[in-house]
Design a protein around this ligand. Structure first.
Ligand SMILES: C[S@@+](CC[C@H](N)C(=O)[O-])C[C@H]1O[C@@H](n2cnc3c(N)ncnc32)[C@H](O)[C@@H]1O
Length: 297
């Protein structure tokens, strides 16, 4: 991370300026960097907000949780992308009668996962196998077709300029359903659409899915959306089919590939590529640009 850019953003954040715009000026082609800085600066704020507005938030998590529950069984492997501070997924699964076999939480900001893991533990402890990791949705460190359900809650939202690449990667790892709770431009008011355009949010989800060979099976409008200018819909999507990976492999991969990673004392290591990926606290950092070349490890 360019710390000078981060410090400029921190100052701008304290002065209520738009961080995404600031990063875009200096790095026009790196949306993920803008997302990482903008959200890392907010780490902790969503959990604080949850405690201040519990009723509204729980109406939302109850509604989206019951929709997700339709697709879960006791063997399900779930990947939650753009997991943020984990409050949403924690509460969605709290109400679910059936618990999945495993939940992966992917997030680009380490600080948000760090805060969120404590929140998750306060609700679920060790009752569900949960693996948080830092990664970019553009390069997911999991085997192709190894996840039963890919889900999100406004996680894809800020990826307007790279929606096709994100969905292509979700379809690479997803094998049964993508159940995405995301803003729906087409269901939005004029004012909401202008806001989404200004913020670079996703739109035209159905046509991008179609282009990639997936199928939007349902779009369900959520009644208890938290922000009426940014209404949530549940997109139930069938990803294109492909060769299914075995559930026996229980580790990460080099991001965006099927090269296996082995857990060592202090890193995840890839024999094939010679790359070592660090672990900070207990959270693995599985981003290609963070891979350290250590061919003689
Ligand atoms: C609007 S927040 C939603 C967070 C959480 N799902 C919730 O319900 O509170 C979007 C989150 O997605 C993450 N995110 C967005 N784009 C991402 C990307 N390309 N790769 C990884 N994380 C991403 C952001 O860092 C942020 O934490």
């Amino acid at each position: 991370m360019n710390y000078k850019l981060y410090l400029d953003c921190k100052k701008a954040y304290e002065n209520n300026q738009n961080i995404m715009d600031l990063v875009k000026k200096k790095n026009p082609d790196n949306r993920s960097l803008a997302i990482e800085i903008a959200y890392d600066l907010q780490a902790g704020s969503y959990i604080k907000d949850f405690y201040q507005n519990q009723d509204i938030k729980r109406f939302y998590t109850n509604e989206v949780g019951s929709l997700l529950e339709r697709y879960i069984n006791k063997d399900s492997i779930i990947l939650n992308v753009g997991a943020g501070e984990l409050w949403t997924i924690s509460l969605m699964l709290e109400k679910s009668a059936v618990k999945p076999k495993k939940l992966y939480n992917l997030e680009i900001s380490w600080s948000r996962l760090h805060k969120g893991s404590k929140f998750w533990n306060s609700i679920h402890g060790n009752t569900i196998t949960m693996k948080p990791f830092v990664a970019d949705m553009l390069a997911i460190p999991l085997l192709s077709k190894s996840v039963d359900i890919v889900t999100s809650s406004h996680g894809l939202e800020p990826n307007g300029s790279q929606l096709e690449k994100v969905l292509a990667e979700l379809f690479r790892v997803g094998r049964d359903k993508c159940v995405l709770f995301e803003p729906c431009y087409e269901l939005c008011s004029k004012e909401g659409q202008q806001r989404m355009d200004r913020l670079g949010y996703i739109k035209d989800v159905a046509s991008v899915v179609d282009k990639l060979g997936g199928k939007v099976e349902e779009v369900i409008q959520i009644t208890n959306s938290i922000n009426k200018l940014n209404p949530t819909a549940c997109f139930v999507i069938k990803p294109p089919s492909g060769a299914i990976s075995s559930d026996e492999y229980d580790s990460f991969t080099v991001p965006g590939t099927d090269y296996s990673l082995e857990l060592k004392e202090d890193c995840y290591y890839s024999k094939d590529t010679g790359l070592a990926f660090p672990i900070l606290g207990t959270i693995p950092i599985l981003k290609n640009e963070k891979g350290i070349l250590a061919s003689k490890y």
